[in-house]
Design a protein. Sequence first.
Length: 250
Amino acid sequence: MGGEPVRLGIDIVDSLLPRGVLPGTLITMMGPPGIGKSYFTMMIVRHALDRERPAFFVSLDDVVQSEPEKGFYAITGFKTPIPMIEGRFSANINPENPRQAIETITSLVKRVAEERNVDGGVLVIDSINTILIAAETFVAFDFIRGIKALCRNYGLLGVIDMHTGIPGFEQLEAIVSYMVDGVIEMGFDPQLEELGFPLRRLRVRRMRGVPHRLQWVPFTISDEGPVAIDINLLMEQLRRLTEARRSGGQ
């Protein structure tokens, strides 16, 4: 992998990657459903579009909720035909046939690169679980290898969303983590969750070829986007709340 490192466009993530990530890097964003993975990946897409780079979004979980926009190319994985709208729905794939899916995605990326005469951009897979469920395991892993090679060849930042916490998927999670270049892990703080305070947090578990910080960063999602939380201030507020509850019960 070469070229100038790129930012993801998410402040709390970029703070953990002081030099960004290398073009051609394939990342998996892992976490339980509802933690905010799709929100983060759409922020990465928006950052690419703002830099006038193409963004390819492979939608396997839900219909893409985006208005037609220059540089945005959606690839859908639904059997029900969806109208092809210029700049929005660019191709359909079958999750049960990952090899055909790779060919379709590669063809679109190649065509856009030739027409726009530009390398780089973002390729998002949302989510890989659909492929892992629909196809045989070794074929699904070939799909990931194909996506990795595609990102290398065209200097794309690849982002694979993966839902965690699904019974029976533990070994698949470990293998996917091994196959990609970087892992951004999201989840709830287990101690606070036990107390009834679900607090989101994330960390960069690993990232090949660039320096990165390993610590967990607590965050919330506000109207302005993801915001880091001062955990010491939060713990002090929780301590006061607990004391107030105890005093009220006496």
